[in-house]
Design a protein around this ligand. Structure first.
Ligand SMILES: Cc1cc2nc3c(=O)[nH]c(=O)nc-3n(C[C@H](O)[C@H](O)[C@H](O)COP(=O)(O)O)c2cc1C
Length: 333
C-alpha cells in the first residue's frame, strides 16, 4: 500500500524523471509526483516522452490534467500499464491555458462532473485515484462548498486528497501569484480531516521545514512539499528516519552528487544533455559554504555541448565537505 505521509508536489517543468531520480536517492520513501500531463498529450502526443520513467523512481504518482471523462479513464488505464503507483487528478491549477481547456481549478465549480471523472478513472484500472485541490475558487470559497466538493468526490470513490491550503483566483492572478497571494488557511484543511476521518488528507502549501511537517502531521495524514523540496532537496534526507522509521545510512551531499554519476552517464549516452539533469541539482548545497560557487560554475558550464561528469567533479571541489554555516550570499538571500 502506498504510504504518502510525505510527498513532493507535482511541478511543471521541474518534477521530470531526472529530478525524481535525484530525489529518490535522497528519500527512499517520499511519494514523488510527475508534472501535470494533459490527457490530450497522452492520447494524441508522444506518449513515451510524457510517461516513461525509471524503475528506481517508485513510488510515483502520475498527475493528470483533463476533464473529459472518457479520456481520463483511458489515461488511468494507460498509467497502470506504464507501472505508475497512483493517478492524481489536477483540480488546483489556475492558469489561463488550463482554464481554456476547462480543467484544473475551474473544475471545483463542477463537483458532479469531477465525481463522474473519478468514478470512471477508478473503474478503468486497479489503482489509487487521488485528487489535488484548492480550498476554493474565487468567491466559491465557503467551508460548506469545500465540504460539498470533497464529499461528492468521496462518494464517487476518492479517498485520497491533497489540499493546497489557499484558494485560487481564476481571473487576474498568474499561477505564480496564485501560489503566494491568496492566504494560507491550514485550519480549513485540518477541519476537512476532522469531517472526513476515513479519507487520507494531505496538506500542501508553504511548508518549508521538517518541524512544520511534523506539526501538520499531528492534524492530517500527509504533507506535500513543493518549492522548498525543489530548491533545498537535501532537506529531505532526514524524512526516511523521521517519518518512515527507516534508518538507512545517509549520503553526504558530496556522495549524493557522486551517486548521480552512473545515471548521468547512462542518460548522456542516450543523448540527454548534462544541463537537463544538473539543473535539478543546483540546490543540493543550500546552506553550505560554497553553494554560490557550485551554482555559478554549473550555470556557466553544464549547458555546453562538450560538458560531462568532469564539470560536476570540478564543481564539487568548490564546496565545503562539512555542513558549514551558510556563506554570506545565501544567508543574505
Ligand atoms: C514551477 C511550479 C510548477 C507547478 N506545477 C504544478 C502542476 O503541474 N500541478 C499541480 O497540481 N501543481 C503545480 N504546482 C503547484 C505545486 O504543486 C504546489 O501546490 C504549490 O507550489 C504549493 O506548494 P509549496 O508551497 O510547497 O510550493 C506548481 C508549482 C510550481 C512552483
Amino acid at each position: 500500500m502506498l504510504n504518502n505521509t510525505f510527498s513532493v508536489a507535482p511541478m511543471l517543468d521541474w518534477t521530470d524523471r531526472h529530478q525524481r531520480y535525484f530525489m529518490r536517492l535522497i528519500s527512499h520513501h517520499a511519494l514523488l509526483y510527475t508534472e501535470m500531463v494533459t490527457t490530450g498529450a497522452i492520447i494524441f502526443g508522444d506518449r513515451d516522452r510524457y510517461l516513461q520513467f525509471n524503475d528506481e523512481e517508485h513510488p510515483v504518482s502520475l498527475q493528470l490534467g483533463g476533464s473529459d471523462v472518457k479520456h481520463l479513464a483511458e489515461c488511468t488505464k494507460i498509467a497502470e500499464d506504464y507501472g505508475y503507483d497512483e493517478v492524481n487528478l489536477n483540480l488546483g491549477c489556475p492558469s489561463n491555458r488550463v482554464q481554456n481547456g476547462s480543467f484544473g481549478a475551474c473544475m471545483m465549480a463542477q463537483p458532479e462532473l469531477v465525481a463522474e471523472c473519478i468514478t470512471a478513472m477508478k473503474a478503468a484500472a486497479n489503482m489509487t485515484v487521488s485528487a489535488k485541490t484548492r480550498i476554493g475558487i474565487d468567491d466559491r470559497d465557503s467551508f460548506e462548498e469545500l465540504v460539498h466538493f470533497v464529499g461528492t468526490l468521496h462518494e464517487a470513490g476518492c479517498d485520497d486528497f491533497v489540499i493546497h491550503a489557499r484558494k485560487a483566483i481564476l481571473q487576474g492572478l498568474s499561477p505564480k501569484e496564485n501560489r503566494s497571494i491568496p492566504p494560507l488557511k491550514y485550519d480549513v484543511v485540518y477541519k476537512i480531516k476532522e469531517l472526513f476521518p476515513q479519507c487520507h488528507i494531505s496538506l500542501n502549501g508553504g511548508v518549508k521545514t521538517l518541524a512544520e511537517t511534523r506539526e501538520h502531521l499531528q492534524q492530517v495524514d500527509g504533507v506535500m512539499m513543493g518549492r522548498e523540496a525543489y530548491h533545498n532537496p537535501y532537506l529531505l534526507s532526514e524524512i526516511d528516519c523521521l517519518l518512515y522509521d527507516d534508518n538507512h545510512p545517509l549520503l553526504t551531499r558530496h556522495q549524493l552528487v557522486e551517486s548521480m554519476f552512473p545515471y548521468i552517464e547512462k542518460e548522456m549516452a542516450k543523448g540527454v544533455r548534462l544541463q537537463s539533469i544538473v539543473r535539478h541539482m543546483l540546490g543540493v548545497f543550500q546552506g553550505v559554504n560554497g553553494t554560490k560557487a557550485w551554482k555559478r560554475f554549473l550555470s556557466e558550464n553544464a549547458y555546453k555541448e562538450s560538458s560531462g561528469i568532469e564539470v560536476l567533479q570540478h564543481a564539487l571541489t568548490l564546496v565545503s565537505q562539512g555542513n558549514a554555516p551558510q556563506d554570506e550570499e545565501t544567508s543574505a538571500g
